[in-house]
Each structure stands twice: as C-alpha cells, then as structure tokens.
Write a protein that binds this ligand. Structure first.
Ligand code: NUP
Length: 223
C-alpha cells in the first residue's frame, strides 16, 4: 500500500510562506485586497464564500496576482471529485483542497486530474477548529498516510495545535504542509512554521484589517 507515487508539481514558490485566505464575498473586495497585498502572499486561497458569491471566474482574475488554491474541501465519490477538479483547474486554479476522509479512490481521483493540469492537491487531515478533535484528530495520521499513497502534493494541518503539526509532519515526510488557524482562530504564525508547516494560511487578520497590506507586512516581520 505504501508504493511511491509521483506527486504533481505546482508552481507555488516558497517565498513569504504565507497564503492569503480570501473569504470576502465580493469580487471587487477580493481584487482590491489581492492587489493591495500583491507580492506578499505566495498563493491566494478562495473558498465557498467568494466562489458562491461571484462564481468561478474569480479564480482566473486572482491568478493574475498569485497562484490560486481552490478550497472547496472536495469530498465526494471518485467520479464527482473528478468532475469538480476538472472545473476548478480549468477555471485557473493551481491547486485544490480535498478531504482525505472519503478514502483512497476519491482522493486519487483528484490527484489524477491535478496531474493532468500540473496542479496540486492538498488533503485535509485534521482541521483547525475545536470540533476536529471529535472525529478527525484520532485518524489524522492515517489520513496523512493516505495523502502520501494517493500522491497528493501536501496536507492541511492545524496552526491552532502546533503539537499536531509536529506529529503530522513526522508522518508526512516531504509533503507540503499548509496550515490555517493563524490569527483569528488563535494560532501563532511562528509556532506553526516552527512545528513544521511550510506555509501558513491567514484570512481574517489580513482581510478584515483596516490596512491589509500593513497587516500582511506585520506577519512577514514575524517570519
Ligand atoms: O482546517 C482548516 N481550517 C481552516 O480554517 C481548513 C481550512 N481550509 N480552513 C480555512 O482556512 C478556512 O475555511 C478559512 O478559509 C481559512 C482560515 O481563515 P481565518 O481563520 O484566518 O480567517
């Protein structure tokens, strides 16, 4: 089961190690924050709030500023996952976030599509909110193994629990770890990166700030 699989390779350059979570609900707001903070974030993550408000076309617009990761936490049967991933990559996404708990075949369906687009799949292992301790945390290490076996590029691990990033890093080997929960959810940027995250994902503490660029620069200063 642990046969090595070729991982898709992305174009996200590890520079600031910061990913902007752009959970605003208007295209104008999204574009203005992305432009204001241009050059700081290694990628922009968009999810349901923005895509349900403004449609998939926001992906292409934002990808002129930074590579876009589509965070729909894909969690369906393999065929549906395949269709969803095709939509997201053809809309211009560089990476997608998919749940691991659906199992190997479903995650592999995402990876198959990602490879065709030279894109990335990040598998959700243990989420950052308290409720993740109920069902996810007890099986998170197994989900990391699944991410490895399925050929995902990386995993999503919680900045709210650096000790869990450390444990998941031990299981994840060289997989990329992207880590949400810094700032608004109480996680510390430095602790997350020191624990083994490659990138920290930051949303509200930047886009709700009166001065998003200054807020982003303040984060850079911490690294
Ligand atoms: O476990 C996860 N926790 C989490 O917060 C997985 C995620 N994808 N996210 C997302 O990261 C969440 O949906 C939001 O887009 C971002 C964190 O934003 P904020 O708490 O910094 O505002």
């Amino acid at each position: 089961i642990f046969r090595a699989t070729k991982r898709p390779g992305g174009i996200m350059k590890k520079n600031s190690r910061l990913i902007l979570a752009l959970d605003v609900e208007s295209r104008d707001k999204a574009n203005s924050i992305a432009s204001e903070t241009e050059g700081i974030f290694d990628a922009i993550k968009v999810g349901y709030p923005l895509m349900l408000s403004e449609g998939l076309s926001v992906i292409k617009e934002l990808s002129n500023i930074a590579p876009v990761i589509a965070d729909l936490k894909i969690a369906d049967i393999p065929n549906t996952n395949h269709l969803i991933c095709n939509r997201l990559f053809s809309a211009g996404a560089q990476g997608v976030i998919a749940h691991a708990f659906t199992g190997r075949d479903s995650l592999e369906a995402c990876v198959d599509v990602a490879k065709r687009w030279s894109g990335d799949v990040y598998a959700v292992t243990e989420m950052s909110h308290p409720g993740a301790l109920e069902f996810m945390a007890p099986v998170a290490e197994r989900m990391v193994m699944l991410a490895l076996v399925a050929g995902a590029s990386g995993i999503v691990a919680p900045a709210t629990r650096p000790e869990r990033i450390r444990a998941l890093r031990r299981a994840a080997g060289g997989l990329t770890i992207i880590s949400p929960g810094v700032g608004a959810q109480g996680g510390s940027l430095r602790d997350a990166l020191e624990a083994g995250a490659d990138y920290a994902i930051v949303g509200r503490s930047v886009y709700e700030s009166a001065n998003p660029r200054a807020a982003a620069e303040a984060l850079l200063d911490l690294i």
